[in-house]
Structures are given as C-alpha cells and as structure tokens.
Design a protein around this ligand. Sequence first.
Ligand code: ZN
Length: 220
Amino acid sequence: MSITSKHTLIIFLILFSLAALVFAADYPTPSVSTDAALANLKEGNARFATHEVSQGKPNAAKRAETAQTQRPFAIVVACADSRTSPELIFDHNIGDLFVVRTAGNLVDDYALGSIEYAVNHLGARLIVVVGHDGCGAVKAALTSDTAPGHVQSLVRDIQPAIKAVKGKEGDPLHLAITENARLMADKIRSQTDFGELAKEVRIVYGVYDLTTGKVDWGKN
Ligand SMILES: [Zn+2]
C-alpha cells in the first residue's frame, strides 16, 4: 500500500469513527415504552406522596453513570415554582427526566425545540405537562390580563385557559390550572415536529397538589 493510500485509509477510519460517535449520541429507539414511562412516574409520585422517597437524591455513582450520555425516560414540562421540582415529586434522579420549566408551565418556541430534541435525540417518548394547584402565574392571569415587565407575556399566554373555563362550575383557579395544562399538552401535540417518531410519542397532562404531594392525571 502506498503512503498516500495509507493516509487516505487513516483519514477514512478517523472520519468513520467520528461519524459513529455522533450517531451513538442519538437514540432512534425509545428508552422505554410510554406506558412504562408513565407507570414509572406514577410509582415515583406515590413514593414521594407517602414519604417513601427512595432514589430522589443525586449521588456520585449516578453522576458517573450519566456523565458521558443521557437517556431520560420521560420529558416533563412543569411550572418554575420552587415547590414543584419534577425530579423530587416523581422521586427520580439526575439523568432520568428531561425537564422544561417556566412559570405557569407555558410552552414557547424554546420549550418546543427542547422537547423535539429530547424525543429525536435522547430516546424519550412520553411527554407530561404538570400544572399545580395554587399556581401564582395562573392566579395573576385570573386576576388581571395585564402585568408589569415580562410577566405580561405569561399573563397573556395563560388567558386562553382563563377564557375557556369562564362560567364553568367549580373553583375558577383550579379549572384554569387544569385547562392551562391541557392546552399546553395540545400545543405540544400540534406544534412539534417529531418526524417518523410522532406515532411513538404520547402526551399527557396532570395537576400536582402542593398539600398531598400527589399528581392528579385526570382523564389521561
Ligand atoms: Zn406555578
């Protein structure tokens, strides 16, 4: 083999290895089925609600296991509220959940892009939107359709939920919180691009109770 051929072969091998590394970062197959992922969340939430938290704390072993790659089993869209951390309320660890959080669990372009990335590259197929009772963002939107600064954006985008439940029987705040979570699930369903993976994706929503620690999954 000539020196030029050897160089060509070496360059080819390097490029092939790099390509293999790049593709190895993708997970076209789901990390787990959506049914198993939802059951895993429900079991974790039951542990949390009954004080039997078993695996909620990050540790050195889990950090080492996930340092090079991640394969979360679910995507959680939650409120930025300090009392609703998905890793805690579902009793899971670093590397388990791909989490998107904004006040009022609203979904914008950045959130949609993040969700698409997690489905298309990390193997997650279950997407859950988790609202929570006593949500300050929804409360603000229920009180007024205007707010100072960038809070106005939140209040504006929660208004569709407020309007949808107006006049309905029940607690207006709870109704609006549930409707807002449902609308965000709908928005994810209609505005994301998962390509061929779309048929594998399942999207559900729930409402977390700050007092009991339980997530109500409603009609999902
Ligand atoms: Zn909130």
